[in-house]
Design a protein around this ligand. Sequence first.
Ligand SMILES: Nc1ncnc2c1ncn2[C@@H]1O[C@H](COP(=O)(O)OP(=O)(O)OP(=O)(O)O)[C@@H](O)[C@H]1O
Ligand SMILES: [Mg+2]
Length: 288
Amino acid sequence: MKPQPQTQSASASAPQPQPQPDVRPARLPALDIRGARFAYGRRTVLADLDLTVDRGTVVGLLGPNGSGKSTLIRGICRIHRPKAGTFRLGDIDLHRLAPRELARTAAYVPQGSPGPFSLTVTEAVMLGRTPHVRLRPSRADERHVREAMELLDLTALGDRHVDELSGGQAQRVVIARALAQQPEVLLLDEPTSALDLRHQVETLHLVHTLAVERDLYVLMAIHDLNLAARFCHRVALLHGGRIVTAGTPAGVYRADLLEQVYGLPVEVDVRDGVPEVRPRLPTRRAAP
Ligand SMILES: Nc1ncnc2c1ncn2[C@@H]1O[C@H](COP(=O)(O)OP(=O)(O)OP(=O)(O)O)[C@@H](O)[C@H]1O
Ligand SMILES: [Mg+2]
C-alpha cells in the first residue's frame, strides 16, 4: 500500500513534509507448501494441501492414524516425492536443492528409533554434522554435537551403543542428531511418543524455545493434543489426507470438530487461555 499524501500545513513556515519512501516491512520468509499431492502407487493419500510455517514458530500437525502426517513430513524433505506442489522456503525451492544443501537446511526426525546401529551415542549425534563436515570433524562440529547432547540430556550416555538404549533414550539421540545438523527447518515426526513425562515436556519446551530463539521453522506431527496446545504456536488438523482446519490451538480445538475427526466424544476446557481436550469416557460403575 502506498503511503497516503500528507495534508499541507496551513503555516508556510512549518516544515514541509518529506516524501515518504515506499518502505514496506520486509516480509519474513516462510516455509510455504502449495498444492501438495502425495500418493503411494495409485492411491492418493494427500491432496490439494496448502500449509505455511512462519519463521520462529512451531506448527503442530494433528490428525488420526493414517491421516497423512508422516507422508507430508517425509515429503517436505524429499524422502517421499510429491506428485504435485511447491515446497518453498522464502525464495528457495527446497526440492531443487542439492541433497547436501537440503540436509543443511532441513533436518528430519523420523517416527521411531534410529535403528540397530553399532555406533556410540556421540558418533550417532555426529552423523548430524555430515552435511557440514569437510574432511574430518572440526572443533566446531564437536562443539555442536556436545551442545545437542547436553540439550537432550544425553551427555552421560555418550559412550553407550545406540542399540543398547531404551526407546526413549534412542528417540532423544535422533532429536539430538537433528539439532546437531543446525537446520533452519526442523521436521519432527512424533518426537515425544517414546518419552517419559518429564522428557516429553522438556523436549517440547526445548523445541519451542529453539524455534523462537533461533528463528527456526518447526513442523511437528504429534498425537497429544494437550501438549500440542501448550507448545505449538499453530496447529493444522489433518483428516483423510486434507487439512480440515488450521490456526491457533484455541481456534482449532472445537469439540464438535474434534469429535468428527477422531470419532470420539470429547470436552474442551480452556485453562489459562490454553485449550485442554478430554475424551468423554463412559462412567465406571462403582465396585459392589
Ligand atoms: N509406504 C507406504 N506404502 C503404501 N501406503 C502407505 C505407506 N506409508 C503410508 N501409507 C498410507 O498412507 C496413508 C497416510 O499414512 P501416514 O503414515 O502418512 O499417516 P500418519 O498420519 O503419519 O499416521 P500415524 O498417526 O499412524 O503415524 C495411510 O493410509 C497409510 O496406510
Ligand atoms: Mg505417522
